[in-house]
Design a protein around this ligand. Structure first.
Ligand SMILES: [Fe+2]
Ligand SMILES: [Fe+2]
Length: 337
């Protein structure tokens, strides 16, 4: 069994909470009390990593952690407290739109001058910044579309059919070599990065962990299915123009064919996905459950808020000439042999 099948190794902790959860997962210490889990800054590295560790058990887990930990009731109580705090600050801090139409329309508005990461990378991004961007985003793209698959049993009719159609494309349309997560791994190879699942978890900033934790939170809770649909709509609607800019950045820097291809593929595919998500997934869901419109709106607004936080972090670091990663990247791995 290779490391891809066993899962990645647990990352080092970022504070007492993630330390306690990590130690418990390897049988080396007690869990934090749920009340203590609620005390950490919900936006901070420690709470975000602790929550990420809990969620990762529902994906591929960790090499040194038994699969039975996934449904441990004591761990779930800690996770529930972390989720409760995360949702509370999301609801409190997310600038909201008046309604779904406004939230959807705002996705098509270009960011204010200098505010977009993909705009920056397209216009002036250097190869080291593209490598950092890929390392950060690998936390999601190496499990691309997985958190959204959890919503399928919670939908029916047009919403289910539309969601399944988009997910079918994300998972390669029946071809393993076209699974989007695999295309992203090839992009990482072009950029001289290690494409092993979870390789850059330790390096990723708290803002990136929050982006992925949001998807896991929405995906794992049936009561948040409307928010998950809103999140998915946001991703699909904003992906096509953003992917065009990133494909251009990859071409301009000579990153490689696979690096260009990942984003070229998304320019085409997500222009179609956007229509399916708007008309079938959102339209179908709200035809059945119109009371979920506010949750769909919240899913969009929360996603935008977390993407804005990540963009501010990345651009602030890069404009100051700093790495956005907690641990610097190794020099490019050569794949020319
Ligand atoms: Fe995709
Ligand atoms: Fe897509």
């Amino acid at each position: 069994m290779d490391s891809h099948e066993r899962g990645p190794r647990l990352p080092p902790p970022r504070g007492p909470l993630s330390a306690a959860v990590g130690e418990w997962l390897c049988g080396a210490g007690p869990l934090p009390r749920p009340a203590d889990a609620g005390k950490a800054d919900p936006w901070g590295d420690d709470a975000q990593l602790a929550l990420y560790l809990c969620y990762e058990l529902h994906y591929r887990g960790f090499a040194e952690v038994g699969a039975e930990c996934e449904w441990d009731p004591d761990l779930l109580r800690v996770r529930a407290e972390l989720e409760h705090r995360f949702l509370a600050v999301l609801r409190a801090d997310t600038p909201g739109h008046d309604g779904l139409d406004d939230a959807l329309a705002a996705l098509l508005v270009e960011p204010v001058e200098g505010g977009g990461v993909t705009h920056f990378l397209c216009a002036e991004g250097e190869l080291w910044q593209l490598r950092e961007y890929a390392a950060q985003r690998s936390l999601y793209h190496l499990k691309e579309a997985d958190p959204h698959a959890w919503v399928l049993p919670r939908l029916w009719g047009r919403a289910k059919a539309g969601m399944a159609a988009v997910e079918f494309d994300e998972f390669g349309g029946g071809r393993a070599d076209r699974i989007h997560a695999r295309l992203f791994a090839a992009l990482m190879t072009d950029l001289g990065l290690d494409s092993a699942y979870g390789r850059y978890l330790d390096a990723a900033c708290a803002e990136m962990l929050a982006v992925v934790n949001l998807m896991s939170l929405f995906g794992l809770h049936r009561e948040l299915r409307g928010a998950l649909v809103g999140h998915f709509a946001d991703v699909e609607i904003t992906s096509s123009p953003g992917s065009r800019r990133l494909a251009e950045a990859m071409r301009r820097t000579g990153a490689g064919r696979a690096a260009e291809f990942f984003y070229d593929e998304h320019v085409e595919a997500d222009a179609v996905h956007e229509q399916v998500v708007r008309h079938e997934v959102i339209g179908g869901l709200l035809a059945e459950e119109p009371e979920l419109a506010a949750d769909v709106t919240f899913g969009i607004d929360a996603t935008e808020h977390l993407e804005d936080r990540l963009a501010r972090r990345l651009l602030a670091d890069w404009r100051a000439g700093r790495s956005s990663l907690r641990t610097p990247l190794a020099p490019e791995i050569s794949h020319t042999s």
